[in-house]
Design a protein around this ligand. Sequence first.
Ligand code: NI
Length: 179
Amino acid sequence: MSLLPIRIFPDPVLRQKAEKVIDFTPELTTLITHMVDTMYDAPGIGLAAPQIGESIRLIVVDISEEEDEQNSMVMINPEITTQEGKQVDEEGCLSVLDLTASVKRSLKVTVSYQDAEGTPQELSAEERFAIVLQHEIDHLNGILFLDHLSTLKRALYKKKIKKQQQAAAKKKLASNAKK
Ligand code: NI
């Protein structure tokens, strides 16, 4: 099993618009396997390639209904083609530490994508699965669930992260000075 380090906000790769996948190479297959392993190890129910530093349009999601089940699915170049209804639920993200918040999403989505072999597919999802798909596809466009929150909530979170970074930098400086 090969685990990939997960990029954490404010890593700039999380803000890039990811590139379309054109070539379905053996390297892509290996990357998918590593991403699935990384998702389960985290543990998470979805992972987008930019979260492991690859700015390409690839997501893996876990579509199992039961909590102790594992059933992963790969979607390449996924695109939401239709959406309807509204739902609000609590979200978190492996790349956004120490934060969960309510996010408003579409209740149902239809997604067209390519599978791991490059074959075009289409799928309809609703409720929790629809949330995961919208969250992961957002990642491919450089969007984080943070961006769906109020300006105030987002500003508070950014401030908190900045403080943490400054504290960590200070600590590093102090330990370097001792050497
Ligand atoms: Ni996420």
